[in-house]
Write a protein that binds this ligand. Structure first.
Ligand code: SF4
Length: 283
């Protein structure tokens, strides 16, 4: 690893990054122009994905069904918009202190439609939205699991990401080759509303990495009252499933299976999960 990458990684960790993945821009070659990092910063040479864990305790109140605001603050809004954003700022400042431009990007959902017209012929319409989970796979941080959740070997589904595009050439991380959860396919039952559909399974391929993903009925997730939240960044985005019963069951399973590195003295799931099954109005 070169000195700049080593120093950058140490700095980002010191500023709070739990996960750091680096992809060379060539790993994005297969993407269309309106999904490509170069649409935002044409001189991009490296794409950096920075992750912070959702502390397990932030989900405790949802797991018990007694407090949802704690998660909303510590697991969603404050985590993304304050804590992780500051880590991204500081990591970017390090690169700029060393003479390299650093474009910070939040996790705006890729479902968000364009909001303008191209300013030059042949250029995509603003705003170009990059797919954060896709970039995290290209940066070697993990995989899309069968339930459609991003899984890292460190925290399973329990992290949030932001991105930095830079013209610095940094030492890349390898794409993760081993599956985080080899038995993901057994877990459609994690959704008590039937939104995880094994009959609609498809293969998602990113940089040659094949991942089997069940069909997900995102409309059901938008009306799910089992811990799911509206997308915090844009109403067109998929629901935030981080604290939903599907993700909480995934966390419990990965911990029981010793499949992730961040372990605890006591199990996450101590009581049978609660669930609300009746039809709900779409948010
Ligand atoms: S968010 Fe709700 S509806 Fe969607 S997969 Fe999870 S439990 Fe099922």
């Amino acid at each position: 690893m070169d000195d700049l990458t080593q120093q950058f990684r140490a700095h980002a960790r010191e500023k709070g990054a739990d996960l750091i993945g680096i992809a060379p821009i060539e790993r994005f070659d297969e993407l269309a122009a309106d999904k490509h990092p170069a649409a935002i910063f044409p001189e991009t040479r490296s794409v950096i994905v920075i992750g912070k864990r959702v502390v397990r305790g932030a989900i405790r109140g949802v797991e018990e069904g007694t407090s949802f605001d704690i998660y909303d603050m510590y697991g969603r809004n404050w985590l993304s918009n304050r804590n992780l954003a500051m880590t991204t700022f500081k990591a970017g400042e390090f690169l700029e202190d060393n003479g390299w431009e650093a474009v910070p990007l939040p996790n705006i959902p890729p479902q968000t439609p364009p909001m303008g017209v191209p300013v030059r012929e042949g250029q995509p319409a603003p705003n170009v939205m990059l797919d954060m989970d896709d970039a995290a796979i290209r940066a070697g941080l993990g995989e899309i699991g069968y339930c459609g959740l991003f899984l890292s070997p460190q925290f399973g589904p329990r992290q949030r990401f932001q991105m930095i595009l830079t013209d610095a050439v940094l030492t890349p991380d390898p794409i993760l080759s081993q599956p985080v959860c080899p038995t993901c396919r057994e877990h459609a039952a994690f959704c008590i509303l039937g939104a995880i559909d094994p009959s609609a399974e498809r293969t998602v391929t990113v940089c040659g990495k094949d991942m089997g993903v069940a069909g997900i009925d995102h409309a059901k997730c938008k009306s799910c009252k089992n811990g799911a939240s509206p997308n915090a960044m844009h109403p067109s985005g998929h629901a935030d499933r981080m604290a939903a019963v599907c993700t909480r069951s995934c966390i419990a399973y990965l911990e029981e299976s010793n499949a992730i590195e961040n372990t605890f003295q006591n199990p996450f799931r101590k009581r049978a999960p609660w669930g609300i099954i009746q039809e709900q109005k779409v948010l």
